[in-house]
Write a protein that binds this ligand. Sequence first.
Ligand SMILES: Cc1cc2nc3c(=O)[nH]c(=O)nc-3n(C[C@H](O)[C@H](O)[C@H](O)COP(=O)(O)OP(=O)(O)OC[C@H]3O[C@@H](n4cnc5c(N)ncnc54)[C@H](O)[C@@H]3O)c2cc1C
Length: 506
Amino acid sequence: MSDYQRQREHVRVAVIGAGFGGLGAAVRLRREGVTDFVVLERAGSVGGTWRDNSYPGCACDVPSHLYSFSFAPNPAWPHSFSGQPHIRAYLEHVTDTFGIRPHLRLNSEVKALRWDTEQLRWEIETASGALTADVVVSATGPLSDPRIPDVPGLDTFPGKVFHSSRWDHDYDLRGKRVAMVGTGASAVQIVPAIQPDVDRLTLFQRTPPWVLPRADRRITSAEQWLHAKVPATAALRRGLLWAAREAQVSAFTKRPGRLRLVENFAKAHLRRAVKDPALRARLTPDYSIGCKRILLSNTYYPALTRPNVDLVASALAEVRGSTLVAADGTESEADAIVFGTGFRVTDMPIAERVTGAAGTTLAEEWREGMASLRGASAAGFPNFLFVIGPNTGLGNNSMILIIESQLNYLADFLRQLDTIGGRAALDARPSAVRAWNRRLQDRMTGTVWNSGCDSWYLDARGNNTVIWPGTTSEFRRVTRQVDLAEYQLLRVRSTPRTPARTEAAR
Ligand SMILES: Cc1cc2nc3c(=O)[nH]c(=O)nc-3n(C[C@H](O)[C@H](O)[C@H](O)COP(=O)(O)OP(=O)(O)OC[C@H]3O[C@@H](n4cnc5c(N)ncnc54)[C@H](O)[C@@H]3O)c2cc1C
């Protein structure tokens, strides 16, 4: 071992990412009495999604009293669905309140992780130096790395090009001809926010989304006062919001036919806003509501009826200089292209950077698609836990509920390692991973997500490796404790210097 390796900093836990997941993990570690940890973040500040997505109109689609940590209620939420600046400020506040700042390593993009099979620890290369850790918590976010389609000729475009999650605030869209590509959750918020200012807005729509009204309103100062003085009222509010969403789950998972009512409601919402039958026809989806993420907006449809907006009901197929050509042959001119085309979800970018016990990367192991044990660990990658791993996404509820359940699992994982004692590691058994995923994929049959649309929940093989097909209370139950029978215990042996694999003790 070189001097460099000997002197390298070692921590018990390295958390990657400082969004809701990574910050939540940091708070939980401190609460469990673990202080020997770092949070490695590639950006210069905390916030994750809510730092990166600063586009006009960016806001949450889940009410703020539910889209926040249960251990850090915020009585001062200004709106039922608060905007990005407030959510970002909330995460900064959580970072200060729970003493997370000293653990932060900002501007420290994790470039590579390699499992050391002799020492049973992770070697981590970051943009700010190298370190080792007993346990790695990967909270790099499901919607963190933008996906821009490979449009032929895009490099010939003379104007401005950016992705919705990397908004260029120095570029003034006022008076410009802007092309918006995509009609997902971000585009539905961006279109009405920029439409009044731009000269022309051309929207490229591959498939229309289902859009429901957004029941947003200002939270009154009387409500805020009550929530601050009587915290039980905020907890009750959160509980009611949660229960309403929990009750909807069976319609998504078992009885998609019940969503017909919601579909009719969405059609009425469209009819009220769009009087032109031809435009309405192009905005009416031909797949079951819920199959793709249901979007919420009161302003999207009205914006599309404005005279400076053109809806091209076709994907952007080619760029020829400043001329944009749709798949249906429609041509339009633009000064700027904004891609609202989503993120790398089913091909988690961190997987390319993690090399496990067999010397292969997680991306190589996941050639056939992402697969984990309880959304938390992958076979051959010992002491490596995900926050928001495969099949932990929700179609209708707050991801913070999932994150908190995964933190319960993390806390129990560390407790188990403490109980085992010595230098040890837990590696998910391939059989346990297979059994978990077989059950998950069986349950996907008959869900609305597998009812025939092409969504970002499905991977290249058509498998849904993104969504959790159950309630959040079920997820909490199945991640409450680590079942050691699902893991192999690895221990360092002094001679020979290779880890022994033994049956995990119960
Ligand atoms: C516009 C938008 C709106 C959303 N609205 C909702 C909503 O209404 N309800 C809901 O439940 N969810 C919503 N989501 C989903 C949202 O992603 C999750 O709710 C949650 O914020 C994810 O938190 P996270 O910490 O896992 O990931 P992120 O917030 O994405 O944080 C990941 C962090 O990891 C860092 N990172 C990534 N790779 C590396 C690396 N190699 N090295 C170091 N750092 C790295 C990133 O810089 C980032 O800071 C929304 C997402 C977006 C983009």
